[in-house]
Design a protein around this ligand. Structure first.
Ligand SMILES: [Zn+2]
Length: 121
């Protein structure tokens, strides 16, 4: 077997570490997500659906957009948002919803907003 050159060795080392870092980040994200759903529940508050892949944290008061804007814009979502909840020690005002119920709730909220705008105008 040929001896590995220094450059090649360094390149391989970086590649290895990149994978390790990626895996580490993945583990952190998973554990943050787990902690959040341990607290807010592992099933949808509306329909009881419990496939974790489809569970999301819902802002009960429908102020998600405003909150994201105040906390740093659109990038403040997903696991960054979960990390924020852990840091604040699980504030109230949030619940677990499945993707379907969350979408339906959002749709109803927007429809109501639109209708009230039409009626009030
Ligand atoms: Zn649901």
């Amino acid at each position: 077997m040929e001896r590995m050159g220094k450059k090649e060795y360094q390149a391989r080392y970086r590649e290895k570490n990149r994978e390790r870092m990626r895996e580490y980040q993945r583990q952190v994200r998973l554990s943050v997500r787990k902690a959040v759903f341990d607290h807010y529940g592992r099933e949808c508050a509306r329909c009881g659906y419990d496939d974790e892949r489809a569970l999301q944290i819902d802002h009960i008061a429908d102020n998600g957009a405003e909150e994201r804007a105040s906390l740093g814009g659109k990038s403040f979502s997903g696991w960054r948002f979960y990390k924020h909840l852990v840091k604040l020690e699980y504030p109230s005002g949030y619940q677990t919803l499945c993707a379907n119920c969350n979408n339906i709730k959002q749709h109803m909220y927007l429809t109501e907003k639109r209708l009230s705008g039409i009626i009030e105008a």
